[in-house]
Design a protein around this ligand. Structure first.
Ligand code: FAD
Length: 317
């Protein structure tokens, strides 16, 4: 089902079951190893139990070579009954390649695309000349496939680092929507007020569709540092200090990350966001705790390996 239809469908189901009318979506990435593959299978089955609006699968994020986003999407749909959204970036792809990828996605039953430019490769690397911006990809998809796909695009509460100005960045975000995008998912941020201000500015320039906050739960020190380097987003001093303090204690760091994420989501929900988008990092246990902590679903969270304290103690002996 397409994104906007899914939102309507969730609204009706939540009303019927007298549940809080807030949806959530989860981002996962294609695994790089066999172990990661096995872990993702388990993660997907646990995430499916939470009945997310959609699970979206990254494509070559952080400049990585894409391996298997389409396959992960297909598996999520066929084995776990999940609605999916495939990320697609234009970097280093010809129009012909993009056309083929879209056709494959359509033939695989995928109905939603997150249309992206992708991160620019390091200086000196040659880029295949195809489309230049995400707005071009949105037009390209609409030209080739009409309204078949639900299209989502990326928005930046702290402004995209390549942008000349806040106004410029918003102008190009509006262009993506005007070219046919249905919905916006944002880059991560660690101060909810940044999202609230950004959404207000979007509405002021006439952007109408859903704007969903992207939230990165801090679950691992090195992943946190890596995403800060890539995204260049700001982190309030007290959060940075706490993360540094807990960096050598995985259990406490995850506890802190989960609580911080719940607190941020609550603030955003109180401020009228219809849903939240969680960057899951291919993990399920902390994500279940977040959904449970928000009182959106009872999850019976049990601490899985390797987070049992007794196991860690035994291993350290
Ligand atoms: P664009 O919208 O093209 O914007 C890029 C820059 O160009 C901005 O500064 C913008 O203001 C400017 N701009 C836009 N249009 C024009 C125009 N017509 N003329 C001049 N300037 C313009 N990357 C991946 O590779 N794979 C992923 O799976 C992935 N998933 C993501 C998911 C989310 C929710 C988000 C927020 C980002 C994701 N990214 C991913 C990262 C993204 O690709 C990068 O942030 C990238 O640098 C910009 O992509 P974009 O789609 O926002 O680009």
């Amino acid at each position: 089902m397409k994104l906007l239809d899914l939102i309507e469908h969730h609204k009706r189901v939540n009303q019927k079951l007298q549940r809080k009318d807030v949806f959530y979506s989860f981002e996962i990435y294609p695994p790089k190893t066999e172990r990661g593959e096995l872990r993702l299978r388990k993660t997907m089955s646990k995430l499916a139990d939470l009945e997310p609006l959609v699970v979206d699968i990254t494509y070559g994020a952080g400049g990585s070579k894409n391996t298997g986003s389409l396959q992960v999407c297909k598996r999520a749909q066929q084995l776990h009954g999940l609605n999916t959204m495939l990320h697609l970036n234009v970097i280093s792809k010809t129009r012909k390649e993009l056309k083929e990828l879209l056709q494959q996605a359509r033939e695989s039953g995928i109905q939603n695309i997150l249309a992206l430019r992708g991160d620019l490769p390091k200086e000196g690397t040659t880029i295949e000349k195809g489309l230049e911006h995400a707005s071009d990809l949105v037009s390209f998809i609409r030209e080739l496939h009409g309204n078949y796909f639900g299209i989502c695009v990326a928005g930046y509460p702290e402004t995209h680092p390549d942008s000349k100005s806040v106004e410029d960045d918003l102008k190009y975000l509006k262009l993506k929507v005007d070219n046919g995008a249905d919905m916006i998912i944002t880059q991560m941020f660690f101060d909810p007020q940044k999202f609230i201000d950004f959404r207000k500015k979007c509405r002021e320039i006439g952007i109408k569709g859903p704007i969903i906050p992207g939230i990165f739960p801090i679950l691992n020190y090195s992943s946190f540092k890596r995403v800060l380097e890539i995204t260049k987003v700001n982190v309030p001093k007290e959060i940075l200090q706490k993360v540094e303090e807990l960096k050598n204690d995985r259990i406490k760091l995850v506890d802190y990350g989960v609580k911080l994420c719940i607190q941020m989501c609550k603030t955003l929900i109180q401020n009228g966001t219809p849903g939240v988008h969680l960057y899951c990092q291919n993990k399920y246990y902390p994500i279940m705790r977040i959904i449970e902590g928000l009182n959106l679903r009872p999850c019976r969270c049990r601490r899985p390996f390797p987070f049992r304290k007794s196991t860690i103690k035994r291993r350290n002996k």
